[in-house]
Design a protein around this ligand. Structure first.
Ligand SMILES: CC/C=C\CC(=O)SCCNC(=O)CCNC(=O)[C@H](O)C(C)(C)COP(=O)(O)OP(=O)(O)OC[C@H]1O[C@@H](n2cnc3c(N)ncnc32)[C@H](O)[C@@H]1OP(=O)(O)O
Length: 735
């Protein structure tokens, strides 16, 4: 774990814990013992600490936080103190990742030499904790309170150049960092380095503390539903006090965070996100035993709202991207939109000017299908009309090389239109695709495992978190969270007069956005499309009925019969959203939805008109209004989605609860500090949720989302821990 190597009078401690050299208990002990040994050896004059596996140290071993193997070793605080107190100078040779506990180790050394491509960060805040191995006290002393208050509460990654500019490193090299550190070590042998002991310093800007702290509170306020950002600010501010006092404050705050449920949920989310790449198919094929061809070129077919967002994901990954539309104008528009997205990235300094031009050079127009004959994958972003899609893909099937994969949302319909059903797979990007990191990958009954492997790898290449699901109907993430949205609409229809009440309840819980704001952002049309599709599956045609009623009545909106047709069927549908869409409200896009929006300010504004429309709607529908408790709003919006999550598992659409959690976190802004919808179920208690689901099922028999999931019933009755839910679902007979 830590190799001790001596060359001449310099001892090197090589940290070797692949893949990222995390500071597991053995590594901590190895560094501690290595420093003691070098200090005891009179032939050693200086010590270098470096990382094998072409990286320095990416931080503490997060697995050990919740899962100690009983291996008692020294703490990271003891290691950092041991480093700083060394009687011989310690030089850190830093490359690739220097994060969290790794950065705490580095700043406890006396000198730091870094490769110019090193990525530095204190990502603890994203795990619900703080740099509690003296990091909040040493870092501002080494750099400044200003820089520490920027870096620690945000967790943002910073470059070697920024580290150098802020005195966090002493030298940057372009190559061979270890050799540079050895050379540097030989220059400091026998020199006084007492002034290099970080804890003995004071931050250079303590006089600015008040202003800096206020600024940090404002900058990070959006994340204050999480405890860690606030605690990080408090801990860094304590660095203005004498070191020992500051340390006591750091320890107290760190302990409070460590024992909070939020830290546990955030660390769970870290691993859940990474677990989705370990996919598995029912026949035993999986990420380990199946290879897919690399995707080096793609064609995006279409010119919809999402197209440019999807295109830029591929451009940023330097994948040759053809945009195929039959009109020059459509292609040109996609190019302009993609250029605007990248220009914005450049403006916000997410990419350099050089990268901007390189990325754009990967874009190519294709007016004729022949140009895209040799691409590795075609991605469907065509309008929803299945006949148009089938027609285009039939043509492409004849033209494209046999190994080209077709990615579409209509797997079975496209597969049956082509002679390559094994090469047809579903990919669902979430809007805006250049921002949202979730990619839902759906396999159909005929999709080949190698196709799955290729597209899951492609997802990684374009920096998406890809979740593999089996294809049924529609987007799984939408199904999961959509039931909660329907509940919100029903409660509005049934008596809540202010949409903000429901939205506030969800936002207080931590959702990035309330239910009605989400409908507005997604757009009324998209929401109505889902309704239209659901009704189609039940044998109803929304538009057919609308036309029928239109013909028989002058104003179909005043047609009681029209609504009664759906209301008094066996199932209730959220028709109020449909009513708003018919009234021309398209959501944020045209400024009118459940809220109003102005062109200058896209922030939702409360719209009193909705109450009037509601009143008329209720009258026509014969709805007797009633009052709702906060608890009912909370339970109906969230427990309905939990029940749906269990159904998605038992129907074997998703493989494990982590996949469902990632969909809720990355597709729908579920609070990360809760861990995801399934983790929420575990924390709340499945028994309690099951009881509520049964209660609502009795009250609302016309809402099938309340039929209790068999899996939920079983885990609730037998009190089964979450780690077994996936296994049990997979052993249940297929529904
Ligand atoms: C008293 C408190 C003291 C210290 C606090 C801390 O140090 S907390 C930890 C702070 N560090 C981090 O949060 C870094 C977490 N890691 C990352 O952000 C990324 O892994 C990283 C380093 C940027 C590399 O990204 P990349 O995309 O290249 O790899 P990937 O994320 O897929 O990770 C590869 C595998 O390594 C596992 N892993 C990564 N970091 C840790 C870690 N700190 N502890 C344990 N395991 C870690 C990750 O799960 C992957 O494993 P796999 O089994 O392959 O899925």
């Amino acid at each position: 774990m830590v190799d001790y190597v001596q060359e001449n009078n310099i001892a090197t401690l090589w940290v070797n814990n692949p893949p990222v050299n995390s500071l597991s208990s053995n590594v901590r002990q190895g560094i501690y013992d290595g420093i003691a040994r070098a200090n005891d050896d009179p032939t050693v004059k200086a010590i270098v600490i470096a990382g094998r596996n072409r990286t320095f140290i990416a931080g503490a071993d997060i697995k050990e936080f919740s899962n100690s193997d009983g291996n008692i070793s020294v703490s990271l605080v003891e290691v950092t103190d041991q480093l700083e107190n060394s009687s011989k100078p310690v030089i850190a040779a830093i490359e690739n990742f220097c994060m969290g506990g790794g950065l705490e180790v580095a700043i406890s050394c006396h000198y730091r030499i870094a490769h110019h491509k090193t990525r530095f960060a204190f990502p603890e805040v994203n795990l619900g904790i703080l740099p509690g191995a003296t990091g909040t006290q040493r870092f501002p002393r080494l750099t400044s309170l200003r820089f520490a208050l920027d870096i620690i509460p945000s967790g943002r990654v910073f470059s070697a150049e920024e580290a150098f500019d802020n005195s966090a490193v002493d030298k940057i090299v372009d190559d061979k960092v270890y050799e540079a550190a050895l050379n540097f070590a030989s220059t400091v042998i026998d020199k006084d380095f007492n002034s290099r002991r970080t804890s003995k310093r004071s931050p250079p800007d303590t006089d600015l503390l008040g202003d800096l702290v206020s600024k940090a509170y404002v900058t990070n306020s959006k994340r204050f539903k999480e405890l860690a950002p606030k605690y990080c600010i408090k801990a860094v501010a304590a660095a203005a006090k004498p070191y020992d006092q500051g340390l006591l404050i750091e320890r107290d705050l760190a302990f409070q965070l460590f024992t909070s449920g939020q830290a546990n949920a955030l660390q769970y989310a870290f691993f859940a996100e990474r677990s989705t790449s370990k996919w598995e198919l029912p026949g035993g094929f999986n990420w380990k035993n199946t290879n897919g061809r690399p995707i080096n070129s793609v064609a995006i077919v279409g010119s919809g709202k999402m197209t440019a967002g999807i295109v830029t994901c591929f451009l940023r990954a330097k994948i040759r991207t053809f945009v195929f539309n039959t009109t020059e104008m459509a292609n040109r528009q996609v190019f302009i939109n993609s250029m605007n997205i990248l220009a914005n990235d450049r403006k916000k300094r997410r990419i350099t000017a050089e990268e901007y031009y390189i990325y754009l050079s990967y874009f190519t127009y294709a007016k004729s299908p022949k140009i895209i004959a040799k691409v590795d994958a075609v991605i469907d972003d065509l309008p929803q009309d299945v006949n148009i899609k089938r027609d285009i893909f039939q043509k492409l099937d004849r033209i494209c090389k046999p190994s080209t994969i077709f990615c579409t949302m209509e797997i079975e319909k496209i597969a049956s239109a082509t002679k390559r059903p094994k090469m047809v797979i579903g990919t669902h990007f979430f809007a805006p695709a250049n921002v949202m990191r979730l990619l839902e990958v759906e396999y159909g009954p005929e999709t080949a495992p190698r196709t799955v492997a290729a597209i899951m790898n492609m997802g990684k290449k374009i920096r998406k978190v890809s979740v593999l699901v089996s294809n049924r109907t529609g987007v799984v993430a939408n199904r999961l969270m959509g039931v909660g949205t329907d509940q919100a609409v029903f409660m509005l229809e049934d008596g809540i007069n202010d949409q903000r009440l429901i939205d506030n309840c969800m936002e207080d819980f931590g959702m990035a956005m309330g239910k009605f704001k989400t409908i507005d952002i997604i757009g009324m049309d998209a929401n109505v499309d889902v309704l239209r599709k659901t009704l189609n599956e039940q044998g109803y045609d929304l538009d057919e009925n609308r036309n029928m009623v239109r013909k028989s009545l002058n104003n179909f909106l005043h047609s009681y019969t029209y609504y009664a047709f759906f209301k008094y069927g066996s199932r209730r549908y959220p028709l109020f959203t449909y009513e708003l869409s018919v009234l021309g409200k398209k959501g944020e896009r045209n400024g009118y939805g459940y809220y109003r929006y102005t062109t200058e300010n896209r922030q939702p504004i409360y719209d009193e008109e909705i109450v009037e429309i509601l009143k008329n709607y209720r009258k026509r529908m014969g709805i007797q209004t009633r009052t709702f408790t906060y608890q009912e709003i909370f339970e109906r919006c969230l427990y309905s989605s939990v029940n749906e999550g269990f159904k998605i598992l038992e129907e074997k659409i998703a493989h494990k609860p982590q996949d469902i959690d990632v969909m809720s976190l990355m597709g729908y802004g579920f609070p990360r500090q809760v861990g995801g919808i399934m983790k929420f179920a575990e924390t709340t208690g499945t028994e309690r949720i099951y009881e509520a689901v049964c209660r609502y099922n009795k009250l609302y028999p016309d809402q099938p989302c309340w039929r209790p999931s068999k899996l939920l019933e079983r885990v609730a009755k037998e009190n089964i821990p979450m780690k077994y839910w996936g296994q049990i679902a997979n052993s249940m007979s297929k529904l």
